[in-house]
Design a protein around this ligand. Structure first.
Ligand SMILES: *[C@@H]1O[C@H](CO)[C@@H](O)[C@H](O)[C@H]1NC(C)=O
Ligand SMILES: *[C@@H]1O[C@H](CO)[C@@H](O)[C@H](O)[C@H]1NC(C)=O
Length: 644
């Protein structure tokens, strides 16, 4: 081939890759003006933020409490302190608890079950702290609160007995104020019946639940703002067309939890839907003691993610951050019409000062109005062009201080982008990505098997290169019936067969497939199952095939199991055996995991877990002992080549 052609092909491939990446980036973190809403609210330029404490309320969100009988004894007492001290200082109009109220795990941290004392602990905290008398407490269910529940009527559905809200399912709550109506819509996507973990990670909404949510959304259209809340980020909800994000597009924000901070990898998980709705995942109470304060000030929405007992708490409500602005949902022109910068500052000790600067220029100390509100007169016209940075430092009498800093802008065509990874994690339909990736890895393995079975034998000449050896070993494996049919069946079985049959819910039989879980006559579409399937193929099915290729190749070179360590360079052979042993022990561990999660029956009736362990040992044994005619012809071929 002419080199220039090759280079052009490379350039073209690069361009295609770049275009795909650009599309992905743009899809998951859109910029520019938002698409208009069908029922856009008519936003009056008034009332605009001024010096009085009016048109203002704030609320608190906390998520993933995981009150546990077995772990972290500080979790519940800290939460009680939160319900007394923190709530007393902040005095929110509402508190939203977005699921996983209890941990519901067994003592070994692997199995799952509803533990009544965990629920009692939660209820005792609510009662002893009298928090439900101080504020409106809305607590919703998470996946942990639905582990191992055969039906909503089951006594194990402790949410009905011990939570504050107590009613299953989605709902619409309206917060009435003298200056408007604020809607809170809960989307309950927890599974009914509720399988034990881990196959209870994604939420599912069926067609009738979507209808219900659509009507709740319609009910809220005359509210000043609508906030949606749920446990699962929208990326972990399976919902029928047009999809959950479309149904909630009139919401200013969707508040959720569930992903914690991804073990610290993603401390901030915020994104924006195409219609402008913010999706705000909140870190967990469980390990990170996170909570969030949110405010509506003259219908401008703002929030801050906070750490328990880190004072003072500061929230700048005007001018709000550009990143979290949506012209489709908020009267943003009120920033330009405002007369005062407005700040909420909270602390158990008196606030000493609230210093404000913009673009590095100190503007003065904000004055206390009442409650937590501090204001400072300003002339927004001076900042009407371009990006500006506001910096607010609050210090309290105990000399603790907090600084909040963000970028604001008033020009309509300016916008900022959210990070790609948080956006992808919140906005990708993860179950579809997992399904596609699973299909790909299975197809790749099957394609290798079939291609090498029917490809003509390679002619050997001289000393074969590594690649030739690898290809030859694939020829040997694919052309040997036992191994060919085994791996073909294993691949097909991974896709089609039940991985195990057992008590998906205590006392209720079910089966787990790659494409979903069946329990008690209910079918739950696959999601996390595809991910487990990918791991199975990538870290067991394919490595086992590669390992057997390697063993068979050594056989054909005239080695036997006893001699190969001497003949092959040891530093070569030992790591290969070790790597396979490691993957094999992971497979054995997953049998144990199955035993702990779904019980003895699942352990014994699991072709893809327990049975495979036995089959693997058998296959490895056969690879060193079998004497098929195919194998013999390869042995002869390699011998002839070596001696020629
Ligand atoms: C809330 O909406 C009502 C009706 O549209 C409006 O009169 C009122 O000013 C709004 N409240 C605020 C704080 O903007
Ligand atoms: C949808 O789910 C709800 C709650 O689990 C259930 O009551 C209802 O029968 C389901 N509807 C359909 C059409 O499957």
């Amino acid at each position: 081939m002419v080199p220039i052609q090759a280079r052009m092909q490379k350039v073209a491939a690069g361009l295609v890759a770049a275009a795909v990446i650009a599309l992905l980036l743009d899809w998951y973190s859109p910029s520019g003006p938002q698409q208009p809403l069908p029922h856009a609210r008519s936003f009056a330029p008034e009332p605009a933020p001024g010096a009085e404490e009016n048109n203002l309320f704030w609320l608190v969100q906390v998520s993933d409490l995981h009150i546990s009988k077995f772990r972290d004894p500080g979790r519940a007492p800290d939460f009680e302190k939160f319900c007394t001290e923190t709530i007393d200082v902040i005095q929110p109009a509402l508190v939203l608890v977005t699921g996983d109220l209890t941990d519901a795990k067994t003592k070994d941290n692997i199995g799952s079950d509803q533990v009544e004392v965990e629920w009692q602990t939660y209820q005792t905290i609510l009662k002893r702290s009298k928090v439900m008398e101080k504020t409106k407490w809305i607590d919703i269910k998470g996946n942990h609160d639905a582990f191992n529940i055969p039906s909503l009527d089951s006594v194990k559905n402790y949410y009905r007995k011990y939570s504050a809200w107590r009613k299953d399912g989605s709902f619409h709550y309206i917060h009435h104020t003298s200056f408007g109506k604020y809607s809170f819509i809960c989307a309950d996507a927890t599974l009914i019946p509720g399988p034990k973990r881990p196959y209870n990670f994604f939420g599912i909404l069926n067609a009738s639940q979507m209808e219900e949510l659509l009507s709740l959304a319609a009910e809220s259209h005359d509210s000043n703002h609508t906030i949606w809340l749920g446990h699962y980020p929208t990326s972990t909800i399976i919902s029928p067309s047009p999809g959950i994000r479309m149904v909630m597009r009139s919401a200013t924000a969707y508040l959720c939890g569930h992903l914690h901070t991804l073990g610290g990898l993603m401390p901030v998980l915020h994104a924006q839907h195409h219609h402008g709705t913010l999706e705000l995942e909140l870190g967990d109470w469980k390990d990170n003691r996170k909570f969030r304060i949110l405010a509506f000030d003259h219908d401008l929405f703002s929030f801050a993610d906070l750490d328990f007992e880190t004072w003072p708490v500061v929230l700048v409500t005007n001018p709000k951050p550009l990143l979290y602005s949506s012209s489709a949902h908020e009267p943003l022109q009120r920033i330009l019409n405002s007369t005062h910068i407005r700040i909420l500052a909270f602390s158990p000790s008196p606030i000493k000062f609230v210093k404000v600067s913009i673009d590095g220029i100190h503007l003065g100390d904000a004055l206390h109005v009442s409650g937590p509100l501090y204001v400072l007169q300003w002339s927004p016209q001076s900042y009407s062009q371009g990006f500006h940075q506001i910096n607010v430092t609050v210090q309290d009498a105990s000399d603790k201080s907090t600084t909040q800093l963000h970028t604001f802008a008033m020009e309509e065509n300016l916008s900022l982008k959210f990070g790609f990874f948080p956006s992808w994690l919140l906005l990708a339909d993860l179950y579809i990505w997992a399904r596609v990736a699973f299909a790909l890895v299975v197809i790749i393995q099957i394609a290798f098997l079939i291609i090498f079975r029917y490809l003509g034998r390679p002619a050997l000449k001289g000393h074969p290169t590594r690649a030739m050896q690898a290809s030859l070993s694939l020829h040997i494996l694919s052309k040997t019936n036992l191994f060919y049919y085994f791996f073909l069946l294993l691949s097909l079985y991974t896709v089609l067969g039940p991985w195990f049959i057992g008590e998906i819910i205590d006392g209720h039989m079910g089966a787990c497939f790659s494409f979903g879980v069946i329990v008690d006559g209910h079918f739950f579409q696959g999601s996390i199952t595809f991910l487990v399937g990918i791991l199975q193929v990538m870290f067991f099915n394919i490595p086992l095939m590669a390992y057997l290729c390697w063993c068979l190749f050594l056989r054909c070179q005239g080695n036997c199991f006893g001699s190969h360590l001497h003949n092959v360079k040891q530093y070569h052979a030992v790591p290969v055996h070790l790597a396979m042993a490691l993957l094999f022990s992971w497979q054995i561990y997953s049998c144990f995991f199955l035993l702990q999660t779904y019980g003895a029956m699942a352990f014994f009736l699991s072709p893809l877990r327990t049975w495979i362990v036995g089959l693997t040992l058998f296959l490895v044994y056969r690879s060193w002992t079998m004497n098929s005619s195919t194998l013999k012809t390869f042995i002869v071929q390699i011998k002839n080549n070596q001696s020629s």
